[in-house]
Design a protein around this ligand. Structure first.
Ligand SMILES: [Zn+2]
Length: 198
């Protein structure tokens, strides 16, 4: 297949999408697009007269960052309200919760990044610990093994909940949503939704 046909196919695919689908793909799933495909997305966004910040979001998913640059995006997140207790009393950060639940035939191990204020992050790790201790241990053998692992992870991961600077979990979270952070960097309401989705 020649490159021309290929690009035409990509163009038609984007043209068939609803605005909502196009915005979602452009802000969340554009990592790894070739420069030609990025150009097609850009044309389509301009053709539909959508917010041109979405184009910056596409570019943001296709570049590399220094820690300082990531931390600038982290600071946008840190100044929002806590998605759990809905207060502004402390700068936000993130943690990873590890939860194990055993069922009769299998054991489920769920790990999740969460953005919140330090007090709510502690609570999230503690809740995951309690749930794991009650519901995880009895599956043989994985329930038991995973329970020990999850206890260790929650204890380790909560250590940076009270850091005064962005921690690595917040950096991972922001990087995983960098297209949305760039597109909506001046839109507090949208950023608030983005950190509340996990
Ligand atoms: Zn909170």
């Amino acid at each position: 297949m020649s490159k021309g046909i290929d690009i035409q196919f990509v163009r038609e695919t984007y043209q068939r999408m609803t605005d909502k689908e196009l915005i979602r793909i452009a802000t969340q799933d554009a990592a790894g697009l070739t420069p030609e495909a990025q150009e097609v997305v850009k044309e389509e966004i301009e053709r539909r007269k959508l917010d041109t910040n979405i184009i910056k979001g596409v570019q943001a998913q296709n570049k590399s960052y220094t820690v300082e640059e990531i931390d600038e995006y982290c600071n946008l997140a840190r100044n929002l309200s806590c998605p759990i207790c809905e207060t502004n009393s402390a700068m936000l950060n993130a943690t990873r919760t590890s939860e194990v639940m055993s069922f009769i035939l299998f054991t489920q191990y769920k790990r999740q990044l969460k953005v919140a204020c330090p007090a709510c992050l502690d609570k999230a790790n503690n809740n995951a610990l309690i749930k794991t201790i009650i519901l995880g241990w009895w599956g043989i053998p994985w329930g038991f093994i995973r329970t020990i692992q999850a206890i260790g992870h929650n204890i380790k991961d909560k250590k940076t909940n009270h850091n005064n600077t962005p921690n690595d979990y917040l950096r991972s979270f922001v990087l995983s949503k960098i297209g949305q952070f760039e597109t909506y960097r001046d839109n507090k309401e949208m950023l608030q939704q983005i950190i509340s989705t996990e």
